[in-house]
Ligand binder design. Structure first.
Ligand SMILES: Cc1cc2nc3c(=O)[nH]c(=O)nc-3n(C[C@H](O)[C@H](O)[C@H](O)COP(=O)(O)OP(=O)(O)OC[C@H]3O[C@@H](n4cnc5c(N)ncnc54)[C@H](O)[C@@H]3O)c2cc1C
Ligand code: FES
Ligand code: FES
Length: 491
């Protein structure tokens, strides 16, 4: 069955849209169609958080609330969800929501541009079931920028509100809203005509049929890249196929030997599973964009976009991960490194799409480290992303997989360096070892606004030494001062 309306919930009522422009943003819908002006536009590219709204979905019998940047979230993508904005928080009698009241109480409400976004990020945190710590608050707010740096009272307000929660009106309406959401049609969505449409297939079969018919359509997962093609590059994308609702692409399978993650699983939903593989990977995922970006963006999109500076491809390459592709009902798989052919050129055919990827789990003699080098710690694109995977027996490096982002036109392995490492006693490798020169054989990086070529080559030498040094201490079970020895490594 196919439906041709977008349906979602606003303030306890079902909204039905019968006609949309495929790439109109949720922000434009709120401000220009609905006339809700509380939600602001700052950057229009997912960076500032001024446009943050919260989406509610009914999952496992509960409502789950997640913040997203409405400026780069296409309106059709809200199908089947509840949309909550800053205009909805106060009671009809004017009583402020607890997070708003705390913002006032702590003198944290400042200008009208950033404050609505902060409030909505905090509203999502208020509905998070985990304990709220200062670290969690700062992580939640990493995607909300205040140009005047008035963060301390905002963090204080967050801690105050979230550590003294009372049942708010949304908790009271939860059952009723969940009921409305469950009653919405969960059929394939196709709104528009064969020349211009927004579609949201619900199964891999529907997706492959539709994509085979419209190979010129743009696939959209979280739109944290594609959204910017519209808002910043002003591209006209007449045919959008949103894959975020495809059931098969949303699965996670965790076995003793590998983790399988569907191409449409968001960073936020993948977090628990992927964090269990390695602490460094967990830390990198936590630093991808912001909470808002991770709640809609996907690792599948990070691979498929083919960027040389995406954070996940070097990690996946070093881990020996595979991706799976499908066209019609034919599937194939390849190692992640083989997907990247040249700048802007990936091994993907017209009408083909990524379905999932698998990451082998580390064995007892395998050690992994990865490091993200960026100008800002949070909410920044890498200058260099480095990932190291060593197999070590009796202190000898038997094999390694080393991959970098930001060092070449594609994410790429350091094959000459890997060869030079083979058979070396890890504890014998000093900082001036000749093997570090191999990195200059592997890479001739560019200078750009993120870093110079010289810096990039220097930093990868340092990171390789850091990785070897840290792994040596764990593999040899030697504690060293200032060494970050992570729990399960080498246990
Ligand atoms: C503010 C901000 C901060 C960011 N920070 C980071 C960061 O720290 N690190 C980083 O690496 N990236 C970052 N990004 C980039 C972006 O968030 C990531 O690349 C993200 O993983 C893209 O996923 P998505 O689901 O949003 O992709 P989309 O935008 O939906 O799609 C990206 C591309 O992949 C294609 N595609 C998506 N899914 C499939 C599929 N299943 N099969 C075939 N093709 C597909 C699309 O057609 C498109 O070409 C940031 C972006 C923003 C806006
Ligand atoms: S307007 Fe800046 S993130 Fe949306
Ligand atoms: S108070 Fe809004 S940007 Fe600083």
């Amino acid at each position: 069955m196919t439906k041709n309306t977008v349906e979602f919930v606003r303030n306890g009522k079902k909204v039905t849209l019968t006609d949309i422009v495929p790439t109109d943003s949720l922000l434009d819908y709120l401000r220009l169609t609905e006339g809700s002006y509380g939600t602001k536009e700052g950057c229009g590219e997912g960076d500032c958080g001024a446009c943050t709204v919260v989406l509610g979905r009914h999952l496992d019998g509960k409502m789950q609330y997640r913040p997203v940047n409405s400026c780069i979230y296409f309106i059709g993508m809200v199908d089947g969800q509840e949309v909550i904005t800053v205009d909805d928080l106060a009671d009809s009698n004017g009583e402020l929501h607890p997070v708003q009241a705390a913002m006032v109480e702590k003198n944290a409400a400042q200008c009208g541009f950033c404050t609505p976004g902060f409030v909505m990020a905090l509203f999502a945190l208020y509905h998070d079931e985990d304990a709220v710590t200062r670290e969690k608050v700062t992580d939640q707010l990493a995607g909300n920028l205040c140009r005047c740096t008035g963060y301390r009272p905002i963090v204080d307000a967050a801690i105050d509100a979230c550590q003294n929660k009372v049942e708010d009106k949304f908790s009271k309406q939860m059952v009723a809203n969940a009921k409305i959401l469950s009653a919405l049609q969960n059929d394939d969505l196709f709104i528009g005509n064969d020349q211009r449409f927004f579609a949201a297939p619900k199964s891999a079969k529907s997706l492959s049929d539709l994509y085979a018919k419209h190979t010129d359509a743009t696939l959209v997962s979280g739109a944290t890249d594609v959204g910017l093609w519209v808002t910043k590059k002003l591209m006209d994308l007449p045919k959008i196929i949103f894959i975020g609702d495809v059931a098969e692409l949303n699965q996670i399978e965790d076995s003793a030997t590998q983790l399988t993650i569907g191409a449409a699983v968001t960073y936020a939903d993948a977090e628990i599973a992927i964090n269990s593989i390695d602490d460094d990977i967990a830390e990198t995922v936590r630093r991808i964009g912001s909470k808002q970006v991770r709640e809609s963006g996907t690792i599948g999109g990070n691979i498929a976009n083919g960027s040389p500076i995406g954070d996940m491809p070097p990690i996946l390459i070093a881990m020996g991960a595979k991706i799976y592709l499908q066209k019609a009902m034919v599937t194939r798989d390849l190692m992640v490194e083989d997907f990247f052919i040249a700048y802007g050129k990936q091994d993907i055919e017209s009408g083909e799409f990524l379905t999932k990827f698998t990451i082998p789990k580390l064995k007892n003699n395998e050690y992994f480290r990865c490091f993200k080098i960026s100008k800002r710690f949070d909410q920044d694109i890498s200058a260099v992303m480095a990932a190291f995977h060593f197999t070590i027996d009796d202190g000898v490096i038997n094999s390694s997989r080393i991959a970098f982002g930001g060092m070449a036109a594609t994410p790429k392995r350091a094959l000459a360096t890997e060869a030079a490492l083979q058979g070396r006693v890890i504890a014998d490798i000093g900082q001036s070892d000749k093997l570090f020169d191999k990195l200059a054989e592997d890479f001739s990086p560019l200078s750009d606004m993120r870093a110079s070529a010289e810096y990039r080559l220097k930093v990868v030498r340092g990171l390789l030494f850091k990785a070897l040094n840290e792994v040596a201490s764990v593999a040899n079970k030697v504690e060293q001062p200032n060494m970050r020895v992570i729990g399960k490594r080498g246990a």
